[in-house]
Ligand binder design. Structure first.
Ligand code: ADP
Ligand code: MG
Length: 243
């Protein structure tokens, strides 16, 4: 619990910082954009290329800032009970084209064979799954497979596992992956896994990382299954009694 609180604390601090800095940055960027447009009108020779570089780097800055803001912003969405299998399936469908582009196969396996109801923010969970699949794809080479599975853990818990055959990580890397801003990528934000961990912990779950350099990585999200509501149990009881 202490760790969870420390964690939530650090992410919400980032959120506040992000909101206040974002406003200033946007003003500055609008001004740079404006002067870049003016430069375009008079640019000649090599300058034309330089202005293009400024333009595309500005695009990159804007998308990095957008990602940073969504990941650090607390959502006002309400908790709901949703089916983990359907949620996972939706995300895999969305990510399939990116996998195909990288020549990575995604293999999905539902070992539970029934609905897995969990309670939390569905949108955040989707975002978390997207992050995990993105990470796996970014680490994977052509011709490898990403295994996504929904597994039974015990009567009250399920596990969502993402196993890739990618680059893997060193022990030192594994220790750092949940630190905000830790990244080994040139265009990384280092906010993906902290966000995923926060999502799992906010639902009473946890995240486990197993990785071997050069072999691959397996990330497991353990989540408590939502107990059947009174209403549901009542309805089923009634159905049994009906002749
Ligand atoms: P980002 O993807 O922006 O770098 P993340 O928080 O999503 O930030 O991930 C942090 C780091 O953890 C990555 O830069 C990478 O080094 C490592 N990592 C995460 N997932 C994997 C994976 N499936 N295989 C190998 N390394 C990974
Ligand atoms: Mg990431």
């Amino acid at each position: 619990l202490k760790r969870q609180m420390e964690h939530n604390g650090s992410l919400s601090a980032i959120g506040q910082l992000a909101a206040s800095i974002a406003h200033e940055l946007k003003n500055a960027m609008t001004s740079v954009r404006g002067f870049t447009e003016l430069l375009k009108l008079s640019a000649e020779g090599d300058s034309v290329r330089y202005v293009q570089v400024i333009d595309s780097e500005m695009d990159r800055m804007e998308s990095l800032m957008a990602e940073f803001l969504t990941l650090s912003k607390p959502t006002d969405q309400e908790d709901e009970v949703f089916d983990l299998h359907k949620c996972l399936g939706d995300v895999v469908t969305v990510m399939e084209p990116q996998a195909t582009m990288r020549k990575v196969a995604i293999f999905m396996d539902n070992q539970i064979g029934e609905a897995a109801p969990v309670k939390g923010k569905k949108h955040r969970m989707k975002q978390a799954f997207i992050n995990l699949i993105k990470n796996a794809l970014e680490a994977s080479g052509e011709g490898t497979t990403l295994f996504v599975s929904l597994e039974h853990y015990d009567d009250d818990h399920v596990v969502v596992a993402f196993s890739d055959e990618g680059s893997g990580m060193t022990d030192l890397q594994i220790k750092q992956v949940f630190l905000p801003f830790f990244t080994t990528k040139q265009e990384g934000t280092g906010l993906g896994l902290p966000f995923v961990l926060e999502t799992a912990e906010s639902m009473g779950g946890h995240l486990f990382v197993k990785s071997e350099l050069g072999k691959g990585t397996r990330i497991e999200m353990l989540l408590p299954v939502h107990e059947r509501s009174q209403a549901q149990a009542g309805a089923e009881g009634a159905a049994v009694l009906t002749p």
